[in-house]
Design a protein around this ligand. Structure first.
Ligand code: TYM
Length: 331
């Protein structure tokens, strides 16, 4: 039995990338392991600081996790800010995190390019907060998508550095985890390699999207005039469509369109129509559960409260031990 931690920022609705990158694997392992799944609302303040949206975003993510199959009876489901111990560990880790390594982090470089008017210290120290989320439960496995690989590497650096500095073997090394050999990266519909919440209109398919919205987005996905010679490599946007089909459609559907592509007979309109229907088949049961759960405030309150209580047990224990290791003592 391993300790597993995963999280999602509360910055809007969940998309297929979140589901296949972080949730699907977690759902599979939640009955055999000691699993924590949380909503990263502290993290959301680095990019989404508006008080009026904070609670509704947290609620939406909670609803969508539960709808996607995270079972609060099996896993500990909680909200990050219900655990101030995480903020304390973040503070302590920041004392041994260096400006150079934080500045070199790819996600920081990307964020300061996109968010020039708000380059805050939270963006810079995002990886230490994420490390605190993981090692507060002394986790060893972290189901995440490919974009989080570097953050996990930094988490191992911070955990190892702590052990070395205080001459202990307290924190285990956590690894990004996926059942396959590779971490998952779901591409966008706009030809970009990553589906993401902040990638702009037409990039992402959300779990809560209505069928007509899905049809519209998929039909508008970037494609081209098709190959002119057999067995050509695929341009990125076309590769994306095939990759989505590989994730969501039946193997024989994928094979059918692969053959059409290789024979230069592909009609992207037909392919997109099929892909849209396969996405709808996949998301419809989730969407129904999302709509249902969103109405059940009392249940959501209970889940968040129980989750916070359970998560607190392990967080309080870790902080107590970390304080002792660092040398804090009561008078
Ligand atoms: P966030 O909110 O950006 O994304 C949540 C999870 O979804 C995965 N993901 C994807 N996977 C595959 N393909 C995609 N296109 C795609 N887009 C998103 C992400 O890899 C992630 O697993 N830093 C984290 C949140 C976090 C966290 C943690 C995660 C904070 N603390 C501790 C794990 C453990 C983030 O920004 O996720």
């Amino acid at each position: 039995m391993e300790t597993v931690v995963s999280g999602i920022r509360s910055t809007g609705n969940l998309h297929l990338g979140n589901y296949f990158g972080a949730i699907q694997n977690f759902v599979k392992m939640q009955y055999e392991n000691n699993c924590y799944f949380f909503i990263a609302d502290y993290h959301s303040l680095t990019t989404h600081p508006t008080p009026a949206d904070l609670h509704s975003n947290v609620k939406q993510v909670l609803v969508e996790y539960l709808a996607a199959g995270i079972d609060p009876e099996a896993a500990t489901v909680y909200i990050q800010s219900d655990l101030p111990e995480v903020a304390e560990l973040y503070l302590l880790l920041n004392m041994n995190a260096y400006l150079g390594e934080l500045e070199r982090c790819t996600s920081f470089k990307e964020k300061i390019r996109k968010q020039t008017e708000n380059v805050n210290a939270g963006l810079l120290t995002y990886p230490t907060l994420m490390a605190a989320d993981i090692i507060i439960h002394r986790a060893t496995k972290v189901p995440v998508g490919k974009d989080q690989e570097q953050h996990l590497e930094m988490t191992r650096t911070f955990a190892n550095r702590f052990n070395r500095m205080y001459n202990v073997s307290y924190f285990p090394e956590p690894f990004a985890y996926n059942f396959g050999s590779e971490l998952i990266k779901i591409p966008g519909l706009d030809g970009s390699t990553k589906m993401g919440k902040s990638e702009g209109e037409g990039n992402a398919l959300f779990l809560a999207d209505a069928p007509e919205v899905i049809r519209k987005k998929v039909m508008r996905a970037v494609s081209d005039a098709g190959p002119t010679e057999p067995n050509q490599p695929k341009p990125q946007a076309i590769e994306n469509l095939f990759s989505l089909m590989k994730t969501l459609s039946k193997p024989e559907t994928l094979q059918f369109f692969e053959e059409k592509y290789n024979n230069c007979e592909i009609r992207y309109g037909d392919m997109k129509k099929q892909l849209a229907e396969d996405v709808i088949e996949f998301t419809t049961p989730l969407r129904e559960k999302i709509l249902d759960l969103a109405k059940n405030e009392e249940y959501l309150r209970k889940v968040a409260k129980n989750g916070a209580e359970k998560a607190k047990e392990s967080a309080v224990k870790t902080i107590k031990e970390v304080r002792e290791i660092i040398g804090f003592k009561p008078f």
